[in-house]
Design a protein around this ligand. Structure first.
Ligand SMILES: [Zn+2]
Length: 232
């Protein structure tokens, strides 16, 4: 194997580590975002439940006022019952009382429904309030661990990139420029040639290229431009 090929393989293996670290960094960041969103979603859910309880409680208060008004009116009419002067007045009062009692039933049934809803939501809130601290704590721990991992991965990627930069100067200038460009654009600058096929792009290279590769010369794939080497 020629020294150029050897150096390029060495560089490729270093760069593979940089890429692996970068992928892992992206995964960790994604996981951190995921957990942070989970946390926000839980908090939003609780805020929503609390605001629903508040709304229902204010509805109940409203209904209490309405009920009070209806009851006062019923009481007032009842107190007047004995002083009615005609059948017409009596009929009219009976009609109003019927309608007031119907309204009273409606208000009471509304209030009952609101109270049941409050109980249900408060029950849900209780469960969440018990689970939340545990869950949040766990998420915070996960995020913290991921952040530590992220830091060490970043260091690893930087170290390997620095090592890459130190080694790349061993390559002759023309090869160095081409190789650096390939690494930058494709992520891999040197790939094996297997049975005449470039393992970077799966193109069957011409015979003369294959011969050059066999002689361990620094030649590139005629299709994708990556350097080629014979894999033992
Ligand atoms: Zn190729």
């Amino acid at each position: 194997m020629s020294p150029e090929i050897f150096t390029m393989l060495e560089l490729q293996s270093i760069w593979d580590k940089v890429l692996a670290a970068k992928n892992e960094i992206a995964r960790s960041r994604h996981a951190i975002d995921f957990w942070r969103n989970e946390m926000k979603a839980m908090e939003a859910k609780m805020a929503d439940l609390r605001s629903r309880v508040n709304q229902l409680k204010s509805n109940i208060k409203q209904k209490e006022l309405e009920l009070h008004d209806v009851e006062s009116r019923i009481q007032f009419l009842d107190s007047k019952k004995n002083s009615l002067k005609s059948q017409r007045e009596f009929d009219s009062m009976t009609t109003e009382l019927e309608s007031l009692n119907k309204k009273k039933d409606e208000i009471e049934s509304n209030m009952l429904q609101y109270m049941e809803d409050v109980d249900a939501i408060e029950g849900e809130l209780d469960v969440l309030q018990q689970e939340m601290p545990k869950r949040l704590n766990q998420i915070e721990n996960d995020v913290e661990q991921l952040q530590h991992k992220l830091e060490s991965l970043q260091k690893e990627a930087e170290d390997n990139a620095a090592q890459f930069n130190t080694h790349i100067v061993k390559l002759p200038l023309d090869i160095r420029a081409k190789f650096a460009k390939l690494i930058e654009t494709k992520g891999n600058g040197i790939v094996p040639l297997e049975n005449g096929t470039c393992m970077g792009c799966h193109f069957q290279v011409p015979v003369y290229v294959r011969d050059e590769v066999a002689k361990s010369k620094a030649v590139t794939c005629t299709n994708c431009g990556r350097f080629l080497y014979f894999k033992n």
